[in-house]
Design a protein around this ligand. Structure first.
Ligand SMILES: O=c1ccn([C@H]2C[C@H](O)[C@@H](CO)O2)c(=O)[nH]1
Ligand SMILES: [Zn+2]
Length: 132
C-alpha cells in the first residue's frame, strides 16, 4: 500500500538527517502519479537559517528530476504526536500539490495523522494569485 511505502521511505530517509544542531531528525517521502517516490531528510548548517527541512529536500529532489506534481506526502519524526510541517514547507507543498493531496504525519511509534495540503495551508498565496 502506497501510504505504508511512503512512511517506510520517509523513515529510511530520516536516518540520513544531518542534524548536529537540533538533533531532531526528520524524514519525508512524496509520491508521483506514476508511482515514483522521492524521499528527503533535514540538512542543517552552522549558519542555522540555511537549514533545509526534510519535506523541502524531497520536493526539490523530485522537481530537479523532472517531476512537478505529487499526489501524497509522508513525514516522520520522533515526536509524541505526529510531526507538524513548518510554514515554509507548507508553501512548497501547495506549489506542487493539489489542496486535496493527502499528507500523512507520523511519529516513530506508528501514530499517523492524515490531513491534506489545503487543510495545512488554508487561504494560501498560490500561482493563480500572480497575474503573470
Ligand atoms: O516538519 C519538519 C519540522 C522540522 N524539521 C527540521 C528543521 C530542523 O532541522 C529541525 C528542528 O526544527 O527539524 C523538518 O525537517 N521538518
Ligand atoms: Zn519545513
Amino acid at each position: 500500500m502506497k501510504k505504508e511505502q511512503l512512511l517506510t521511505e520517509a523513515k529510511k530517509a530520516r536516518q540520513q538527517a544531518y542534524v548536529p544542531y537540533s538533533r531532531f531528525p526528520v524524514g519525508a517521502a512524496i509520491l508521483t502519479k506514476d508511482g515514483k517516490i522521492y524521499s528527503g531528510c533535514n540538512v542543517e548548517n552552522a549558519s542555522y537559517g540555511l537549514t533545509n527541512c526534510a519535506e523541502r529536500t524531497a520536493f526539490f529532489k523530485g522537481v530537479s528530476e523532472g517531476d512537478k506534481v505529487f499526489c501524497a506526502i509522508a513525514i516522520v519524526a520522533d515526536t509524541s504526536e505526529p510531526v507538524s510541517p513548518c510554514g515554509a514547507c507548507r508553501q512548497v507543498m501547495i506549489e506542487f500539490c493539489l489542496p486535496e493531496t493527502k499528507v500523512y504525519l507520523a511519529n516513530m511509534d506508528g501514530k499517523v495523522r492524515e490531513t491534506t495540503v489545503g487543510t495545512l495551508l488554508p487561504g494560501a498565496f498560490d500561482k493563480e494569485d500572480l497575474d503573470v
